[in-house]
Design a protein. Structure first.
Length: 186
């Protein structure tokens, strides 16, 4: 079973890992801490029965997103159920590829939280992060750019972007930022 870990690590004390998720702190130890840590920076998989049980406990607490599918769309589906949040620290983007840089600008300056489906849409349509679409004052303009009569019905954007030619490269760029510790998922 594939999974991604959700939440923000607060501290590690001995073998206890404290994770914050949606206003609540969780203390993880042993196998649960190990499994959460393994899925923190990208997709991981569990194999044994005890790992599966620990992963199910994490998922029940909202600390992991799981998927048993093995196709390439499953990575997108895992990320659809996560809120992507930038880590607020000093960032040096000079070594990033152009797509990672573009996603970073969208994620940090859009004025609202963007989903992976919305990011895939912006990349597929080659919509650049310009001043008229960025910031709190331009939330409505960005929302209207993404959600039209064709994409506003519930679940339609996610379904369409699951088949997008930009899906895999956008997911990969987001994963690269996650691995670089510039994003976390909730």
């Amino acid at each position: 079973m594939k999974y991604l870990s959700k939440g923000l690590p607060l501290r590690r004390s001995g073998d206890t890992l404290t994770i914050s998720h949606c206003g609540k702190d969780y203390e993880l130890t042993g196998e649960r801490a190990s499994i959460w840590k393994n899925g923190q920076r990208g997709f991981d998989a569990v194999i044994s029965g005890s790992q599966y049980t620990a992963l199910q406990e994490l998922a029940k607490q909202g600390l992991a997103e799981t998927n048993s599918d093995t196709d390439s769309e499953s990575f997108f589906r895992l990320m659809v159920n996560c809120v992507i949040c930038p880590v607020k620290d000093k960032v040096f983007t000079i070594l990033w590829n152009p797509l990672e840089h573009r996603l970073w600008v969208w994620l940090t300056k859009a004025g609202l939280r963007l989903t992976i489906a919305e990011l895939v849409f912006l990349i597929e349509k080659d919509i650049k992060p310009t001043a008229k679409l960025l910031g709190d004052r331009n939330r409505q303009a960005l929302t209207e750019t993404i959600y039209t009569a064709e994409t506003i019905p519930d679940g339609i954007l996610e379904s369409r972007m699951e088949q997008s030619p930009a899906r895999d490269r956008t997911v990969q760029a987001a994963l690269n930022l996650l691995r670089k510790n510039k994003l976390f998922l909730i």
